[in-house]
Design a binder for this molecule. Structure first.
Ligand code: PEP
Ligand code: MG
Length: 879
């Protein structure tokens, strides 16, 4: 015969390392017991037992025998017995899984009370009212939890009694009668009497805690928090202690530091003459914990000693639940406590100062996501009205402004505005730059609006599909509410909420510090961020560059700690008044005219590059040759068609519009993202790439003449075959050789289509560097249109758990990441000194940064505002 499996662990057997088996609560109760803290005796039934129960619908063999053995031990230690009519032991039965799921599963208190033992409890406590009140609590909790009796059935009777009882509360006799009424309700609802046998009560309570793992709300919570469904919960069975035995009893929660700010001190709430459930339910007003010092100085002193012990032991902020029974302090729970982003930084730095943790450990106590949160101004939540609607929080921040519906109005406004569009396109850029925030009704986190807004650090909510936007009438509606141009709204780019009117905003001291506007010692939070970021920089192996298309972006990125530009997208330089030149380029009649237009574009491009190279003097600037399909720079087909039709209807010559219409029709593509773009464009539009390369070379030469140290690099987009790159490189090197006085300019390629990754070994022979364009690589590896899918089926995929998170947000390590690893290995096999970076949106995502560090990249490049986040994430990846 095999050894019987062990399912039950006394609190003196476990420890905090066994949270998988004992659940978080059980493991920490064990840990406190081992530390000699005053924990009521008890034991934990393991998650193994729960999983076995959920598999078969029955308790595993021998479970209750094991429970009985442990119970006898507890009884022996206390010298009191479950079911003893003179002095009964009562039990609390509480759930507690591996990960905290607050309030999602069940708790049953006062197990062991029945018609016989209630008298014993009254005698021992000397309080008959307390005994009958405890009994009615048990019937109610047990009825609801084990048999699903609606609580209202009981609450109705309780409320009626309270209403007639007067100020002193119900008498013992009245409570006794209430218990009789409760028993009748129980029998009517359940079909049999309330179980009198204490052991049966215990077994039923344990089963119902197991079953509560699969309660609807618990499942929903797990899905949201990404907690696996198959872990099961442990069950903690503990001797009851009572906080409701009069004024010298009570119950409370405590934090070893302020979980909101991290400030040291005594934080928490206390409720005299109450049970723990009363605090959580918020039925009565609690006192601030420091008041306990006045009420019960001895317990307060003991509690603060215990708090110090727990902090030293866990080396972190702990939260605690405790009960005082007639002046005796008992610990009911502790755990490493949840905290705000600000508190996480402050506490980590404090613990370093106190010698409890190292700086490396401190880095692991904070996340890039928390730093990102701290960089954005935030709405003061207490001042917010009901939201009008909720969209996708696409670019964090809190923006308040008057509604405008077009870009020109935004650019012309002299007060803050929110640009509201169905969706944005490159034409909206000036409006987006001018606006305080951008709100769209279509598109997801990688829509144009989202990507551009994030790049600029502009607050953006997109895909708010409840909005009916009517720019012609100058209004949008949500249901029957109308918001007109000029009305003030507030948008929260973190939560996606859209509020009517002005919601108060708090500026971010962390952002001001990062921008050089505040001294590092300005306040404890800024000081903590400064210190941890400094340590991240000292330990990280990944470089952090920025995606920047203008001198202003590059300057900001440098202040935020970027050591170069990893992607300068040149397409933004072809907008505005230069658009006309692009139109002429497309309409050009033969090579001489093309050459003439390019000649006009050259000095404009050169000036762009001079400014960026100056901003990043001494640091690499990767300039990408033109990537998007050319027709993106032309008026849309439907607009042109309408203009031409109108002109013709008036009997006018449509002139240039007519010729443009022909060109746009000729260039129309069904899948432009898979069409004539990137390197393909460079190979079929003669002179275009050469002009850009010349502009780079001349700008660099000019910077050198001016005493600068320009380090430009030229990057070719959308390469799929080495021959494409080789052809561009020959031309580029010819142009570079023609410009005197420039620096050596490395020529590299983006790896952003699967074929490039799969043939990286060949491509590396022609490339000085690789940069992964993970936006396009994700799009092409999955066959997902990055412009469309987030608004269509992504939410269904996320809900069904097919994606844990959008692959456009966090790199899909298994699929797309495999292409990355393969290209790194084969690229370096050909050219060991190959520099490799990433410049897709993933470069600023903390989880993806960890992946890129592991994949052996040299740097990540992300939008300027993400640079500090990437620095921190890269530091965390290195410790
Ligand atoms: C990419 O594809 O990841 C990339 C950086 O290029 P773009 O987003 O401009 O296509
Ligand atoms: Mg790309």
């Amino acid at each position: 015969a095999g050894v019987m499996p062990k399912y039950v662990y006394d609190f003196i057997e476990g420890d905090r390392g066994r949270a998988d088996l004992l659940g978080g609560k059980g493991a920490n109760l064990s840990e406190m017991t081992r530390l000699g803290l005053p924990v009521p005796p008890g034991f934990t039934i393991s998650t193994d037992a729960c999983r076995a129960y959920l598999r078969t619908g029955a308790p595993p063999d021998g479970l209750f025998a094991e429970v009985n053995a442990h119970l006898r031990e507890v009884e022996g230690r206390l010298d009191r017995w479950l079911g003893d009519p003179h002095d009964p032991l009562l039990l609390a039965v509480r759930s507690g899984g591996r990960y905290s799921m607050p309030g999602m599963m069940e708790t049953i208190l006062d197990i062991g009370l029945n018609d016989a033992t209630v008298g014993g409890l009254a005698a021992r406590s000397g309080d008959e009212r307390f005994a009958w009140d405890s009994y009615r609590r048990l019937i109610q909790m047990f009825g609801r939890t084990v048999y699903g009796v609606p609580v209202e059935e009981f609450e109705r009777e309780l409320a009626a009694l309270r209403a007639t009882a007067g100020a002193a509360g119900p008498s013992a006799g009245q409570l006794h009668d209430l218990v009789e009424t409760y028993k009748k309700i129980f029998a009517r609802q359940v079909g049999h009497d309330f179980p009198q046998a204490p052991h049966e009560q215990l077994y039923l309570a344990i089963r119902s805690v197991f079953e509560s793992w699969n309660a609807e709300r618990a499942r929903i919570y797990r899905r949201q928090e990404r907690i696996p469904d198959d872990l099961g919960t442990a069950v903690n069975v503990m001797a009851m202690v009572f906080g409701n035995l009069g004024p010298d009893s009570g119950t409370g929660v405590a934090f070893t530091r302020d979980p909101a700010t991290g400030a040291p001190g005594v934080y928490g709430d206390y409720l005299a003459d109450a049970q723990g459930e009363d605090v959580v339910a918020g039925i009565r007003n609690t006192l601030p914990l420091p008041e306990l010092e006045r009420i019960d100085p001895a317990s307060f002193l003991r509690l603060t000693e215990i708090m110090a012990t727990l902090e030293r032991h866990y080396r972190d902020l702990c939260d605690i639940e405790f009960t005082i029974e007639r002046g005796k302090l008992w610990m009911l729970q502790t755990r490493v406590g949840k905290r705000t982003a600000a508190a996480a930084f402050v506490i980590a730095a404090q613990l370093v100062d106190e010698g409890l943790i190292t700086l490396d450990e401190a880095l692991l106590r904070v996340t890039g996501g928390q730093l990102a949160q701290l960089m954005f101004p935030a709405f003061d939540a207490s001042g917010a009205p009901e939201p009008l609607a909720v969209g996708v929080g696409a670019s964090p921040g809190a923006a308040v402004g008057r509604v405008v519906f077009d870009s020109a109005a935004a650019a012309a406004a002299d007060a803050p505005v929110i640009l509201v569009r169905a969706e944005t396109n490159p034409d909206d850029l000036p409006g987006m730059i001018a606006a305080a925030g951008v709100l769209t009704s279509r598109g997801g986190k990688t829509s144009h609006a989202a990507v551009v807004a994030r790049g600029m650090g502009r607050t953006c909510v997109c895909g708010a599909d409840a909005l009916r936007i009517d720019p012609e009438r100058g209004e949008f509606t949500v249901g029957d509410r109308v918001v007109r141009a000029g009305d003030v709204i507030s948008i929260d780019g973190t939560t996606g909420r859209i509020y009517p009117g002005e919601v108060p905003v708090q500026p971010s001291p962390v952002a001001r510090y990062l921008a050089g506007e505040l001294e590092p010692q300005a306040d404890p939070l800024v000081a903590a961020v400064h210190r941890l970021l400094g340590h991240a920089d000292a330990v990280r192996r990944l470089g952090v560059r920025a995606n920047a298309d203008t001198g202003a972006d590059a300057r900001r990125a440098r202040r935020f700690g970027a050591t170069g530009v990893g992607l300068c997208r040149t397409e933004h330089m072809f907008l505005g008044e230069r658009r006309e030149l692009v139109e002429r380029l497309i309409l050009a009649d033969g090579p001489p005219e093309v050459a003439a237009v390019l000649e006009e574009l050259l000095p404009l491009q050169r000036a762009d590059f001079v400014e960026i190279l100056a901003a990043m003097d001494g640091l690499p600037v990767t300039i990408r040759l033109l990537d998007p399909p050319l027709h993106e720079f032309l008026p849309p087909l439907h607009e042109l068609t309408a203009r031409v039709a109108r002109a013709e209807a008036w009997g006018e010559d449509p002139g240039r519009d007519g010729r443009l219409l022909v060109a746009v029709r000729r260039m129309h593509e069904s899948n432009p993202m898979l069409g004539l773009r990137g390197v393909r464009l460079g190979l079929v539009v003669p002179g275009l790439f050469a002009m850009q390369v010349r502009a780079v070379a001349e700008a660099a030469a000019q910077r050198i003449r001016d005493g600068g140290d320009p380090r430009p690099e030229i990057m070719v987009p959308l390469v799929g075959d080495v021959k494409e790159l080789a052809a561009v490189r020959v031309e580029a090197e010819r142009v570079l050789a023609e410009v005197p006085g420039g620096p050596a300019v490395p020529i590299g390629t983006m790896i952003e289509v699967p074929r490039a990754a799969l043939t990286a070994g060949e491509i590396a022979a022609e490339a000085h560097f690789f940069s992964f364009g993970t936006n396009d690589l994700t799009q092409t590896a999955w066959a997902f249109s990055r412009d469309d899918v987030e608004g269509s089926f992504f939410s269904a995929y996320l809900e069904r758990g097919i994606f844990p998170v959008s692959p456009f947000e966090t790199i899909d390590a298994k699929g797309v990441g495999r292409l990355v690893r393969l290209a790194v290995a084969e690229g370096r096999a050909t050219r060991p000194e190959l520099t490799i970076g990433v410049c897709g949106e993933h470069g600023g995502d903390p989880d993806s940064v960890a992946f890129f560090a592991d994949a052996g990249l040299d740097y990540v490049s992300c939008s300027p505002y993400r640079v500090p986040v990437a620095r921190l994430a890269a530091g965390r990846a290195a410790v």
